[in-house]
Design a protein around this ligand. Structure first.
Ligand code: ADP
Ligand code: DP6
Ligand code: CO
Length: 356
């Protein structure tokens, strides 16, 4: 008996130009392009196993050991359905391949970090789902092609199909065929770039990204300014900064775009507050750290960014990261982590590097 099964893991990505707003909620087409860095370490990953079998009676997905219902017409059903369609095309083109596209699938996925807490679990989750089905079905699809399907699971997921520095081009087609992820630069282009993930809270956020951004689209006037005037220029600046390895511009644009995203969240009615007092204290710490460095004739050394939650991600170059970790640990002291018997990092502070 042949077993048709594959396991793939996918990392999270943290945007430096944020996606926030959909022009098509079903196809998940964004109101602006976005750009992110994929984090490669093992701390923040989704691992997904997919299996196809003739005996299965229905498609089932277990997320962190609990069944997550696959609703008809929902995002999971769309992604699974699209992957089955690709397999069917592949079978039609390769008549010797086993006909497994009509089999039901059982999928088990686990996140090794908090789910729905603003640490981009939907990004790694749907990237891992689509990648594991692509491996199960032995599809020759490119990461950009798979990004078109992952996007329909969760917008940010399309960017996790690539490592390194990744843009999600918003596209203009109503069918969504040109709204996909492309590589801006591979991880090896700028290996000194690192990310420090500061877990301020691992609780599930009060307002999901999906409902929060929809409310912003419906009520915020500031969003129109952001998507028309602000983001297009920043995308160009950011792509140039990455290509030139210009950390000062990278950091300034990253911090301003995080602020702009949280400003449109606040401009939403009713307003959405993703950051808390600790988040704001982290901002103040990084601002002061950069100010002191520049005042002493040095460079900008760190960039904060916050997704839809209170947790901070700090981008910095490798040479400055040890100092930044000491700074964060000094101002935000915590007990020593059980994961860290050496006592080097306090709990809740994890260091990661973008992947290649
Ligand atoms: P986050 O900030 O963690 O991305 P979201 O509100 O955007 O939070 O998305 C969380 C949702 O993403 C979960 O409720 C679940 O539906 C989906 N999700 C998270 N992890 C996975 C996974 N490994 N596989 C499939 N879906 C997942
Ligand atoms: C703030 O991709 O989670 O992290 O497409 O509705 O699933 P859906 O939303 P999601 O939104 C991510 C928002 C963000 C910014 C970003 O990752 O670009
Ligand atoms: Co998400």
């Amino acid at each position: 008996m042949t077993v048709y099964q594959a396991t793939v893991s996918a990392p999270v990505n943290i945007a430096v130009i944020k996606y926030w707003g959909k022009r098509d909620t079903k196809l998940i087409l964004p109101t602006n392009s976005s750009l992110s860095v994929t984090l490669d370490q093992d701390h923040l990953r989704s691992t997904t196993t997919s299996r196809a079998d003739e005996s299965f009676e229905r498609d089932i997905l277990w997320l962190n050991g609990k069944e997550d219902p696959i609703k008809e017409g929902g995002r999971l059903a769309t992604c699974i359905g699209e992957m089955k369609k690709l397999r069917k095309q592949y079978e039609d083109a390769n008549p010797n391949e086993p006909k497994i596209s009509s089999y039901r699938v059982h999928i088990a996925s686990n996140n090794n970090f908090p789910t729905a807490a603003g640490l981009a679990s939907s990004a790694s989750g749907f990237a891992a789902l689509v990648s594991s089905l692509a491996a199960l079905y032995k599809l020759p699809s490119s990461p950009s092609e798979l990004s078109l399907i992952a996007r329909q699971g969760s917008g940010s997921a399309c960017r996790s199909l690539f490592g390194g520095f990744v843009a999600w081009e918003m596209g203009s087609a109503t069918s969504g065929t040109d709204s996909l992820a492309v590589e801006v630069a591979p991880r090896e282009h700028w290996p000194e770039m690192q990310a420090l993930v500061c877990v301020v809270s691992d609780k599930k956020k009060g307002t999901s990204s999906t409902s929060g951004m929809q409310r912003t689209v419906e009520t915020s006037t500031l969003l129109q300014h952001r998507i028309r005037e602000v983001v297009p220029k920043r995308m160009e600046q950011m792509i140039r900064a990455i290509k030139d390895k210009d950390f000062t511009t990278f950091a300034e644009v990253t911090m301003r775009d995080s602020n702009s995203f949280h400003a449109v969240a606040l401009d939403t009615d009713p307003p959405i507050f993703y950051m808390n007092d600790v988040s704001r204290a982290i901002i103040a710490t990084i601002v002061e750290y950069n100010r002191a460095s520049v005042a002493a004739g040095g460079p900008v050394k760190a960039a904060y960014t916050f997704d839809a939650g209170p947790n901070a991600v700090i981008y910095a170059l490798e040479k400055d990261m040890a100092e930044i970790i000491r700074l964060v640990c000094y101002f935000f002291p915590q007990g020593v982590s059980f994961e860290d018997p050496m006592g080097v990092f306090p709990s809740g502070v994890q260091s990661g590097v973008p992947e290649g």
